[in-house]
Design a protein around this ligand. Structure first.
Ligand SMILES: Nc1ncnc2c1ncn2[C@@H]1O[C@H](COP(=O)(O)OP(=O)(O)OP(=O)(O)O)[C@@H](O)[C@H]1O
Length: 659
């Protein structure tokens, strides 16, 4: 990335704070002016002293200048320090928001550790850079002011000084850009270090079981060494720049002292003028070192801003909740009166408790908004994430009544069962990248409102991809997906996901307690609801205050299921764990699926024979296409691949005789 682009990115970061920066600049210039006046006033004091004049006024002015200069300097320091922290916080906030608004697959393409480093480490470099522009202006003004006042005092001595400044400046301008290059390389190594360390720590059990601690440690230490090498290079360049500038100043001081003493001896210069001039020479070190420091900080800040700005390439999900989806003319398969939105209370619910979503249909349907990613200024304040409360179907919609039961709503025979499928895929083809081959092709699929649909297929057949499409982690390239008879494009992500519950295959638990995990989707869930779902997954004895990571793999799977079951989703998407589970867990999961399937839709990616046998209908996926679908009995007699898959599951089940 060219320096000009990096600088522009950095300026974009600083722009919201221009007022504070302007105040900082004014204060800096005022402190500078006080500093510039000091040698002149010192000369006044010396001249008054040697001339036998009244000393009171010049001494009072000198003291006043020192005190005022110090006070202004202190104010500016605190102001700029606070600003720097604010800028770092803004950048962190913006990146964190961006991560959580990003498309899942885009985010997952990058190593997690590197993403973390950008928030923790790169943003830190903005700290010093934030004040660097002001510092540069101040230092520049200080330098020019000092040189002018030096010229007022003695032009010959100024000539000597300028000669030294030009030599030092020329050397610095060649060396400074190297600091930025070395800094960028160092930060990139830190990013790689974070990525490998995070990945290895996550797989620490595998690392240890493979006796790969030393090998893995060495690889990560290699990244740490790289970071150190680049940082040392940056430090060397910085040290060289510093040494050259300081040595240059020292040489200049000696030269000026010698020339000044010679001219004073010839009677061409007053001693008080030489003293004032030397004071300016010493003061010159201030602006010059400030220039060096600020240019270094600016280079680092530009490097960091450039790296942070790369995050712009992470695509965002479509903007938050869309306006109310337009009413869809009732289709043959879905009578409008039985739409779950705005439909009548579901018989089977306790009396007086309406259907869980009773938002009246919007009489003024809006056009389907285009799902465009919100544009975001680089590092600027991130777009406000879509407010769930504003969606009529959001989980916390004002009209949402208390949950009927933590597990199970409605009941067999509800009119919803007479309605059309809840989810439909029509000719869906999808791929993971523009150049990648399609991983699912021409999928036509209907998920009924009730019952258990199991998806089976060989590894890589596209089962998880189907879930990614349903959850809108991936958009179809062609074809469409409908929820309640309306295309996904007319719903916001939040609306779609609010209707689905998803249990990942690896059943990750989130930081916090079991109760925190259970309330993750619905933070307002009551203790009774939490207890009810725990009992549904046969974990009634467990303490919800326990850390969610302090439980067994099987318990973790049941916690993940319980989280999905709290407040009964319309569709439960369960990517069954492939890891071995204990009999109790399997039975608990099985019972929950059965219970849910009686009142709602359950879709499983089935990895267990018992799950497949339990399903009302089975979809056989092969190489991205639906190969066959039907009941177990049908498929077992008619489909070769299905038979082989079932046999493989049977062998696996027989192997675990305790199941
Ligand atoms: N994030 C991704 N980026 C690129 N390709 C992917 C991604 N996820 C999956 N694929 C590819 O898509 C194809 C289908 O993968 P998918 O995970 O849907 O299969 P699956 O049937 O769920 O397999 P398994 O049973 O092994 O989990 C595979 O060829 C896989 O390599």
């Amino acid at each position: 990335m060219p320096d000009s682009t990096r600088l522009r990115t950095l300026l974009t970061v600083l722009r919201p704070h221009r007022r504070t920066m302007l105040l900082g600049l004014v204060l800096g210039l005022a402190a500078n002016a006080a500093g510039l006046a000091t040698p002149m006033v010192t000369k006044w004091v010396l001249d008054s002293f040697s001339g036998g004049l009244d000393l009171a006024r010049p001494v009072a002015v000198l003291a006043g200048l020192v005190v005022i200069g110090a006070a202004i300097g202190l104010w500016q320091w605190i102001l700029m320090g606070t600003l720097a922290e604010q800028i770092v916080l803004d950048a962190r906030t913006s990146i964190i928001r961006r991560y959580f608004q990003a498309r899942v697959l885009d985010l997952q393409r990058r190593p997690t550790g590197e993403l973390v480093t950008r928030v923790t480490s790169d943003t830190g470099l903005l700290h010093a850079a934030s004040g660097s522009l002001i510092g540069l202006i101040n230092a520049g003004v200080g330098l020019i002011g000092t040189l002018i006042l030096m010229g007022v005092l003695d032009l010959t001595l100024l000539g000597c000084t300028l000669g030294a400044v030009i030599v030092v400046g020329a050397l610095m301008s060649r060396l400074l850009p190297r600091i930025g290059v070395a800094q960028t390389a160092a930060q990139e190594s830190v990013g790689r270090l974070g990525a490998t360390l995070e990945g290895s720590l996550r797989a620490i059990r595998t690392v240890k079981a493979s006796r790969a601690e030393t090998r893995q440690g060495d690889e990560i230490i290699g990244n740490a060494r790289d970071a150190a090498t680049h940082s040392v290079r940056a430090a060397r360049v910085a040290a060289t720049v510093w040494t050259i500038s300081w040595s240059g100043i020292q040489l200049a001081v000696m030269l000026i002292l010698a020339v000044g003493a010679w001219r004073a001896n010839l009677g061409l210069l007053e001693v008080s003028t030489l003293v004032a001039f030397l004071l300016y020479v010493f003061q010159l070190m201030g602006p010059i070192s400030e220039l060096t420091q600020n240019l270094t900080a600016l280079q680092s800040g530009m490097a960091a801003a450039g790296r942070i700005n790369e995050l712009e390439s992470i695509a965002l999900e479509p903007a938050g909740p869309l306006p109310h989806p337009p009413a869809v003319p009732p289709s043959a398969s879905e009578p409008a009166s039985t739409s779950p939105h705005g439909g009548p209370p579901v018989p089977g619910s306790p009396p007086g408790v309406p259907h869980a979503r009773t938002s009246p249909p919007d009489p003024t349907p809006g056009p389907p908004p285009a799902p465009t990613a919100p544009s975001m200024t680089p590092l600027g304040r991130s777009p406000v994430p879509g407010s769930r409360a504003s969606t009529p179907f959001g989980p916390h919609a004002a009209s949402e009544p208390p949950p009927v039961s933590p597990i199970g709503r409605g009941g067999p025979g509800s009119p919803a069962s007479a309605a059309g499928p809840i989810l439909v895929m029509q000719g869906v083809t999808a791929r993971y990248g523009p150049d990648a081959a399609p991983v699912v092709r021409g999928i036509d699929l209907e998920i009924p409102r009730r019952g258990h649909t199991a998806i089976v297929g060989p590894s890589g057949a596209g089962k998880t991809t189907l879930f990614s499409l349903l959850l809108r982690f991936l958009e179809p390239e062609t074809g469409r997906i409908l929820l309640d008879g309306r295309p996904y494009t007319e719903w916001s992500n939040s609306d779609v996901r609010g209707r689905l519950a998803y249990v990942e295959q690896e059943t990750p638990v989130l930081p916090g307690t079991i109760a925190d995990n259970l309330r993750f989707t619905h933070p307002d869930a009551t203790d009774d609801e939490v207890r009810a779902v725990l009992s549904a997954v046969r974990l009634e004895g467990i303490d919800p205050a326990l850390g969610a990571t302090d439980v067994s793999g099987g318990q973790r799977q049941r916690i993940a299921l319980a989280r999905a079951l709290l407040r009964t989703p319309d569709v439960l998407l369960l990517d069954e764990a492939t890891a071995q589970v204990d009999g109790l867990t399997e039975a608990a999961v099985q019972d929950c699926i059965r219970e849910r399937a009686a009142v709602g839709a359950v879709v499983t990616i089935a990895h267990r024979l018992s799950t497949v046998l339990d399903a009302d209908r089975i979809i056989v996926l092969e190489d991205g296409r639906i190969r066959a679908q039907g009941t177990h009995a049908d498929l077992y007699s008619s489909d070769d691949l299905y038979r082989r898959l079932v046999e493989a599951l049977r062998i696996a089940a027989d192997d675990t005789s305790y199941v």
